[in-house]
Write a protein that binds this ligand. Structure first.
Ligand code: HEC
Ligand code: HEC
Length: 212
């Protein structure tokens, strides 16, 4: 058995790398001109437009979300105004290649860490996080592509954006569409947080973890 893995493991790793390497950042730069209007020149997020930081996200997660926005699986009927706005923009990306290209460009941008804007009880938030969230998002909220649904990193995100997502997931504005398997998985988890205060607490804890 072992010798079989010696052959297959490098192959698997090779194809994995291959999947991550398909975007062309130079081509993506042209697409990002539109994105920068809301997300900021360095993809650092902008509380005024409500468009979140993007540079902490994996390229495969960015492409998956752009695909959902374009198909209105996220940002369609019942979604909040922010997601609807993003859904309209995603339809201007011509094809999947454009999504990989823009994701590769985002991956090449310099990192700017977000400031704290939310107050919460970090200690209580740690309890919630370790009990309900860490198994999927990782002990330090760094994300875990090996788990089904590919939970994204939460460290490095704007705290106001995390609060909005948790409220939207709980309300059914995100993760309710029948084709949104990973979103539905997360929507169930958002319901375990008993109150808005619990959301502020867990987000304050995530912010306290820093960037990596
Ligand atoms: C008109 C403003 C606007 C423009 C232009 C825009 N976005 Fe967005 N984007 C948003 C908002 C607002 C959200 C948050 C949606 C929500 O709250 O669900 C968002 C969310 C996202 C997300 C989801 C992030 C996550 O953590 O799930 C991605 C990825 C994204 N945008 C990529 C892009 C890309 C790439 C472009 C350019 C092609 C772009 N956006 C252009 C406003 C915009
Ligand atoms: C069963 C695994 C699982 C658990 C447990 C879980 N999540 Fe998630 N989470 C996911 C997945 C998968 C996604 C991506 C959803 C998508 O693809 O739209 C996600 C997405 C999110 C997002 C949106 C991030 C973004 O960039 O838009 C937030 C915020 C979040 N989770 C917070 C939490 C918190 C807080 C907890 C604990 C209360 C938690 N999650 C527990 C799997 C999980």
């Amino acid at each position: 058995m072992r010798s079989i893995w010696k052959v297959f493991l490098p192959l698997l790793l090779f194809f994995n790398d291959f999947a991550y390497a398909q975007g062309d950042p130079q081509a993506g730069k042209a697409h990002f001109i539109v994105c920068a209007n809301c997300h900021g020149d360095a993809g650092q997020g902008n509380a005024t437009t409500g468009a979140p930081r993007l540079t902490h996200l994996r390229e495969d997660y960015i492409v998956a979300q752009l695909t959902k926005f374009k198909a209105r699986i996220r940002g369609g009927d019942g979604a909040g105004p922010h997601a609807m706005q993003m859904s309209a923009i995603a339809t201007t990306l011509p094809d999947e290649q454009a999504m990989w290209d823009v994701a590769a460009y985002i991956g090449s941008l310099e990192e700017h860490l977000p400031d704290a804007t939310i107050e919460g009880n970090v200690q209580l938030g740690a309890d919630y996080y370790n009990q309900y969230c860490g198994a999927c998002h990782g002990a330090r909220a760094q994300g875990n592509p090996a788990i089904k649904g590919s939970p994204p990193p939460l460290i490095g995100a704007n705290d106001w954006y995390l609060v909005r997502q948790l409220k939207e997931l709980r309300r059914g504005g995100r993760g309710a569409h029948i084709e949104d398997k990973s979103g539905r998985q997360m929507a169930v988890m958002a319901e375990v947080l008993p109150s808005d205060q619990a959301i502020y607490d867990v987000v304050a804890y995530i912010h306290s973890l820093g960037s990596n």
